[in-house]
Design a protein around this ligand. Sequence first.
Ligand SMILES: Nc1ncnc2c1ncn2[C@@H]1O[C@H](COP(=O)(O)OP(=O)(O)O)[C@@H](O)[C@H]1O
Ligand SMILES: [Mg+2]
Length: 228
Amino acid sequence: MIECKNLTKIYVNGDVETKALNAVSFRIEKGEFVSIIGPSGSGKSTLMHILGALEVPTSGTYFLDGKEISKYDDDELSMLRQQKIGFVFQAFNLLPRTTVLRNVMLPLLYTDTTKEEREERARECLKYAGLEESKFQNLSNQLSGGQIQRVAIARALINNPAIILADEPTGNLDTKTSHIVMQAFQALHKQGHTIILITHEPEIAEYAERIISVRDGMIESDHKKETR
Ligand SMILES: Nc1ncnc2c1ncn2[C@@H]1O[C@H](COP(=O)(O)OP(=O)(O)O)[C@@H](O)[C@H]1O
Ligand SMILES: [Mg+2]
């Protein structure tokens, strides 16, 4: 489903060049749950931005479902993001004085759907992400950190994406809440979703069935766990 070959990303700021990714290659099959782990500055977010079609690599190729994304222009990238990718970020980027339901429905606003269909789909996704129904009409600033992340997961699911990309989704959560949110990702994986999760915490990475470790923009190791 995903095939990357020699992905390299160089950021240029004035005279300073930073090689954030250095010839990274891997494949991820449909339905895999992969953690990408590495210390701060190792290139994890850069990799996620490329996989999520938010940025293109400086060189190398990225194939998603057989299409070479690394050659796409901005319009093609944005179309691809809407159709295939669900994002969950560390910084909770929900609209604050807006209900949970509206936050989840929002990505469908300009699609060919009725309000009833959007609401129905949002309810389905929220249940799927494990949020109690009594919270659906709450404003998002009236929720706990763990509940907010469930809403963020529901929103990422709304367009039925081929891949779910999560960048440090537990970064702002306490340990107990982090594990609850990771169980929600595990449940999505069991339902057949492809999940790529970025973290710097080994206990969080352990929830995946495969762990790719990056350092200085390169893959240091790539291990699959024994299937349970
Ligand atoms: N937009 C940017 N411009 C310049 N340098 C950047 C930019 N984004 C990231 N970097 C640099 O690229 C390297 C990798 O960053 P990043 O991918 O954010 O790592 P991580 O997510 O693992 O902390 C770091 O040295 C960082 O400072
Ligand atoms: Mg990062």
